[in-house]
Design a protein around this ligand. Structure first.
Ligand code: FAD
Length: 114
């Protein structure tokens, strides 16, 4: 089956990774403590260096340098992640996602069809 490809290709790795990243945003606190804010910054930074698609990782690192990770609230972090994902969508010629809908897609229950 498609989700058992070994090793996973850039698409499967990407879909799985965005699921993890947006789900982490969906469970990030509304009012994170200083330690929680540090943890999420550290996570994103390490993730961007070990992501096992090297050209993807290089571009993601460059994006983070220009667009500092926003960690003050769930809303801020979720939006930041959505915009980072949209940057890749643009690069690949995919449709941009409406970031006002990220909580509906990844947290509260999706009503769309993609
Ligand atoms: P995906 O883009 O994987 O999205 C999965 C689902 O997320 C969508 O079906 C939609 O419901 C939802 N979604 C879409 N956009 C957003 C958004 N902005 N915010 C919230 N939810 C959204 N691939 C490359 O070929 N080149 C690269 O350089 C590259 N860089 C990547 C960098 C990172 C950090 C990651 C995690 C992935 C990268 N990928 C890259 C993979 C690429 O982004 C896709 O995951 C892959 O092409 C599969 O796309 P997909 O159409 O299945 O949907």
């Amino acid at each position: 089956v498609e989700d058992k490809q070994c090793p996973p290709d850039v698409e499967l790795l990407g879909r799985s990774s965005w699921t993890l990243l947006h789900s982490i945003a969906a469970s990030y606190p509304a009012n994170p403590s200083p330690i929680q804010q540090e943890d999420i910054k550290t996570f994103v930074s390490i993730f961007s260096r070990i992501y096992p698609c090297w050209f993807c990782a290089d571009d993601f690192q460059a994006y983070i340098k220009k667009n500092e990770v926003q960690v003050k609230s769930q809303e801020a972090f979720g939006k930041w992640m959505c915009e980072a994902h949209n940057e890749v969508n643009r690069k690949l010629g995919k449709k941009e996602f409406d970031c006002n809908l990220w909580q509906q897609r990844w947290k509260d229950g999706w009503k769309g069809d993609n």
